[in-house]
Design a binder for this molecule. Sequence first.
Ligand code: KIV
Length: 231
Amino acid sequence: MGERILSTSLTEMKRAGERIACVTCYDASFARLLEAAGVEVLLVGDSLGMVLQGHPNTLAVTLDHMVYHSACVSRGARRALIVADLPFLSFTAPERALASAGRLLGEGGAHMVKLEGGALVVETVRHLTAWGIPVCAHLGLLPQSVYRLGGYRYQGRDAASAATIRQDALALQAAGAALLVLECVPAALASALSQELTIPTIGIGAGGGCDGQVLVLHDMIGANPYRPPRF
Ligand code: KIV
């Protein structure tokens, strides 16, 4: 089975030009299957609110839900890096984020937490990292901000918003983020960022130029109760 994949292993993969495979996962059986298929990163995404719970968005997902599903995944995975989402409003301040992340790692068995946002979460990323918690940042389409964004729309299409995404990415990397998800941004922007950043980027609807790709499991296997995204 090999040794556990760590966040440092992903940085080495980026340096070696190896692509990173990431799929969302919410239970032990799929964790085993995905790991056996060679997937390096299992993302316990708050997308579970949509594909498991049947909500129209991710806002109803609680920290307890995330801890439960992380623990299920961690019982099924021996090698993959497990990244767990900090759910809606569970990281509104650095200390609150630390307590939430502590549960995801301690009770949930995750190895890294993911949080959505740019400049607003830079201090939180710094705080988590300082306390030894690896962080995956998430820019572009932020599903937890679906009401502010006015729907699930591509981001970074004009020069000003592309520049903000770039500045946020650099600030998050400087704050200690070990991984960056780029969701629904133009392929050229994602590709340029992937070359500029030293941390690996994982794209979803962001073209083929990222260091890795992530898909929602239910989209990938054709079990999405909603209209699956084009990519
Ligand atoms: O919750 C999730 O599944 C995610 C992916 C879409 C990146 O954040």
